[in-house]
Each structure stands twice: as C-alpha cells, then as structure tokens.
Design a protein. Structure first.
Lengths: 154, 433
C-alpha cells in the first residue's frame, strides 16, 4: 500500500507531465526512498496508481541500475570501476572491501549494514579512485582510509 | 586570458548566490535578449559565434536551434533540456559548472529557451551529482523568486518553467533521444531519427537538448558578441573549453583554456606531466568513446577539426592518459566491459557484439587469447561501426578498440603468444560479477 505521503508526492510528479505513466520513474524513486528498494508489492502499487501493467513498469524499473528490485543493506556502497579509477588502481580498494565486508559485488553484509555494487564513472576522475556511500562521495581513496570511512555508517 | 565560464568559480567555495551573481553582471543577458532582441536574432548571433556543442558531437548550436519550428503555427509547448547526465567515463567538466555556478546555467537556459520560444525546461542530471542537485535546486528556486523564471519574465511576456530531473543511472541517458525517453518515464532506448527532437522531441513536441557547458556559454555570447567569442579560440574553433586530464599525471584536473590549446600544454603544463616512474603511452582525448592518440599527436591543438583529422574525436575534451605500467589490453577491456554493460540491448550488433568483444579481451587478459581473436576484434570494429547500429554507443565503443589495435597491436599479440598478460598482477582487469 502506498502511504498518503507517497501518494501526495507522486501526485505532484503526475501534475507536471501529460499522463500519469510519464511520472512512473519518479514514483519508483519515491517508493524506493521510503523502503530502500522496490519490492514486487510496491511495484504493483505504483503500477496500479499510474495506470500501467506491472510487466510494463518492471521493464522500466529493471532498465535503470539505481532502481533496486532486490533488498539492499542500510547503506549502499557504489564503487567506481570505470577507466580512470582502473588506471589509478581501484582494484585494490575493491579487493579490500571484499575482504573487510566478506561479501562480493551484489551482496549484502550479514548484519544488513552494507550492500556493495560496482558503478560506472562517478564523474570525479581527477580524484580517482572514488566511491559513494549513500549520498556521500569519497575521492582520492587509499585502502588505509576504508576503516575510517566505513565506521561512519551504522 | 579570459575565462568566462569559470571566472566566478572558486574550488571549495560555495557558488555565488543570486544577489552576488547579479552583482558581477549575472542575468544581464536575460535582460538584453528578452528586451532588445528577437528570438531569431538570438539564434543568428549564437550561430555566428560558431559555438559548437560541448557534449561531444560538436554541432553548431545556433544551427541546431534553427531547426525548431517557430511562429504561431508551431506546436506547443516547446521544451529545452540541459543535458547534465555527464556519464562518459573520464569526464568531469560539467560537474565543475553545475557545482560552481548554477545561476550561469540557468541564465543560459532562459536565453536559449527564449531563442526557440520554449516554455518548459528541464535540467536532466545524473544521480551521482548530489551537491550539484542541491545547488541547482536552490538556484532555480531563487531565480523564480527574483522573477527570472515563471510567468511574464521581467515584464516581457515570456514565460518559462524550469524543473530539475535527477536520473536513476544508465549511460544511455546521455544520448539525447534516449534522455527524452527517460524524461517521459520510459526505458532509455534511443529513438529513430528523423523525426529529430527539434521537430518532435519530448512528449512529441519541439525540443532542444544542449549540453551544460554549451548552455553556460550563451550568456557570454549575448553580452560580448560573436566576434569576441570567436577570438577566444586559438584556432578556427571558437570560445574557451573546459579541458580535463585524468590518469597517472602529477596534477590531474579540469581547466578552462582557449579552444585549441595543445595536448602537450594540457599534459605537461596544466596536468604537471607524468607522475614519477610512469611514462606516457597514449591517451583518449575526449572520454571513453574516442580513438587513442599517441606521442606523435601531442602537439595537436585540442579542437574539433584537428583531433578529427588525426583520426579521433575531441569528444568531451577530458583526456584519459594511458601510462606504460597499465596494460593496454586491460585498459581497453575495462572500456568494453563498460560499453557492453551499458548497451540498452535494443539493436542486435550492439547487444551481441559488445559482450563478444569483452569475452575475447577477458580471454586475452587471462592468457587464453588465440591468434584468430585479433581478426574477430578487427571485424567487430567494422560491424559495430557507424551505420550498422541504431545509435552511436557501439561505434563509440569501437573507437578506442580500433585505435588500440592499430597503435598497441604488439601488446595484444604478446598476450596471445606469451599466454599471459605481460603486465599481470598489478593491472589485469577482472570482470565485476
């Protein structure tokens, strides 16, 4: 069930576009913001609300890598794996994260704290390697900094 | 040296707020264009200035605008979209403008919207630019309150709404027709052209999509004229350019310099030369989807025709340096992994061809490459080239591959003959998942 607040926000997005369907990505973002991800149930709620079939909406949802159709941890780590970070040795950061968190890409730590995902170029190539955790960008990374960075997230 | 785009940007300092921006001449071009010029005059001035699209394609901006239907019979509403998706790997120039001076973009968008008589505008920004999104949101709100946006702007009768749309990933969204599909709440597949967006774009209405850096140039061209703008460039291309350098250089960064500054000056003066212990081997001049250039090209001016004549593209103007200690096959493998992953899957050559290329490069990286693999890579550069795919993604992906096969062929052959990566341990690229 969409909450009143979610409906209110989705209604606002619908008011800006010609048909409700055109606001479906915004609606998915709103739902993901409150739940952390988009479950099958949420997907159906949004589809019904904007007048789409669930299949059609899922074809949109699964196209975009930052709409999460599986549960994620409390914090999502997006590690840049594109070219400048590759040249600057992001693989050391990746391997250290695998080791520290005992997970691989696409997995969530046992305590539900972190999900680790590879991500395309974060647009901060002069400060490679880089990663984002939730809304925070970390640049010029070294493996030595990782403990301190991860500690900020509970 | 004039730096119109970045003159009010100080790294690490908050951008100028609306009042401070007005104090240094901000929004003057809105007054001038809306009160003293017809839309057609704005179009003609920008066309004369020879401003070329800074997103990579390099098309004359005023000419692009001139294809929008004008007059009372034109379909409405018309749309203007700022492409702030900046997802080309190795590119970080629009971020500087978005975070550093959001009002400059808004000012450029108001004048550009006026030139094509658009009444609704969007900033389509990539998800990762959190700080930029906050700054643009605040700046749009302030511009509304000051009467630069909304109904009857400055009493001229011109109306313009502006919205920020933040994306949810995918490189494809940078392609202008795919971007429009994303804005419409659809999968970001590209659209067939024609009809071009200028005639039938967002929601089927006339639409212009311009890059952030392109739009930020508009206020300065209106204020100072076409001749001034042309004289900023050192070569036949006009204006300044935000150039960037990343990789194993001493001081990577982004700088506004005259169009036509040489690669050597960018690399050796602004980027400080190679880091100690690293030698220059090659570079991609303008993002992941441009052909390699090598030592012999270092004295070329970074402008559209010079880089094109050398067999590459200036693209976004942000260079990625390949050093001697990074495996060229691993480097290209990283790029092809990106392109294979980011293919929208709509057309067969791209969907099937790019993963094939990636698999071959992975095999080479692991020492499992075979001599015939080189031929397979060679024919992919033809079959995924221009004209064989629905959009420019796969042809763009083939640019660094075909030029790597040309300039670094020996390195590919060594992987095959020696049955391992000669650079292994430190830089062999491994796939993500």
């Amino acid at each position: 069930m969409l909450t009143a607040e979610e409906k209110h926000q989705i209604d606002h997005e619908i008011s800006l576009v010609p048909t409700p369907k055109n606001a479906c990505i915004e609606a998915l973002k709103i739902v993901q913001h409150s739940h952390g991800w988009v479950s099958d149930e949420s997907l159906k709620d949004v589809a019904d609300y904007v007048g789409m079939s669930t299949a059609e909406l899922d074809s949109v949802a699964t196209f975009y890598n930052l709409i999460f159709r599986r549960p994620v941890g409390r914090h999502v780590i997006l590690l840049c794996d594109s070219i400048s970070c590759y040249v600057m040795g992001y693989e050391d950061i990746r391997n250290k994260l695998f080791e520290k968190l005992s997970i691989n890409y696409g997995q969530t730590t046992a305590d539900g704290r972190f999900t680790l995902l590879p991500n395309c170029c974060l647009g901060t190539c002069d400060c490679a390697p880089a990663l984002m955790i939730d809304n925070d960008l970390y640049r010029n990374l070294t493996v030595e900094q990782l403990d301190e960075i991860l500690m900020k997230y509970t | 040296m004039e730096k119109p785009l970045t003159q009010h940007i100080v790294p690490g300092r908050k951008p100028l707020n609306l009042k401070a921006y007005e104090k240094v001449g901000g929004y003057q071009s809105v007054r001038k264009a809306l009160k003293e010029m017809t839309p057609q005059e704005v179009q003609a001035l920008v066309k004369d200035s020879n401003l070329r699209g800074r997103g990579g394609a390099g098309f004359n901006t005023g000419l692009k605008w001139s294809f929008v239907p004008m007059g009372p019979d034109a379909a409405t509403p018309k749309y203007l979209v700022a492409n702030a998706d900046e997802m080309e790997p190795g590119t970080f120039k629009d971020r500087v403008l978005l975070e550093g001076n959001p009002h400059q973009l808004i000012e450029g968008m108001i004048v550009s919207a006026y030139a094509i008589q658009a009444s609704i505008s969007y900033v389509f920004m990539r998800w990762a630019y959190k700080l930029a999104a906050r700054e643009i949101t605040q700046a749009i709100q302030d511009a509304y309150e000051a009467g630069y946006l909304g109904k009857n702007i400055l009493g001229t009768g011109f109306d313009l709404e502006m919205h920020l749309h933040t994306g949810v990933g995918r490189y494809m969204c940078g392609e202008e027709t795919a971007l429009l599909n994303a804005l419409e709440g659809k999968r970001a597949n590209p659209r067939v052209k024609p009809p071009f967006p200028q005639v039938s774009g967002l929601f089927g209405k006339p639409t212009i999509v311009n890059n952030v850096e392109t739009l930020c140039n508009i206020p300065h061209i209106i204020n100072n004229g076409a001749e001034w703008f042309k004289k900023l460039g050192l070569t036949e291309d006009a204006g300044t350019k935000l150039y960037g350098v990343s990789g194993r250089v001493k001081t990577p960064g982004c700088w506004e310099l005259p169009m036509g500054t040489t690669i050597r000056e960018l690399l050796e003066v602004h980027a400080g030369g190679m880091q100690d212990g690293y030698l220059f081997k090659g570079l991609l001049p303008g993002g992941a989807s441009t052909d390699f250039l090598v030592e012999e090209h270092l004295d070329l001016p970074m402008d559209y025709p010079s880089i094109q004549n050398a067999g590459s593209r200036m693209g976004t103007g942000t260079m990625i340096i390949l050093d001697d200690q990074t495996c060229p096959v691993g480097f290209v493998h990283n790029l092809q992994h990106f392109f294979a992953q980011e293919s929208c899957g709509f057309c067969t050559p791209c969907r099937e061809g790019l993963p094939w290329v990636e698999k071959i490069l992975l095999a080479m990286d692991r020492g499992e490459g075979k001599p015939e693999h080189l031929l397979t890579l060679d024919f992919h550069t033809k079959y995924l080239g221009p004209g064989n795919t629905f959009c420019a993604l796969a042809p763009g992906a083939m640019e660094p591959l075909q030029s790597a096969l040309k300039y670094f062929r020996e390195d590919f052959e060594r992987h095959i003959h020696e049955h391992h990566c000669p650079w292994s341990k430190t830089t062999a690229w491994q796939p993500s998942i």
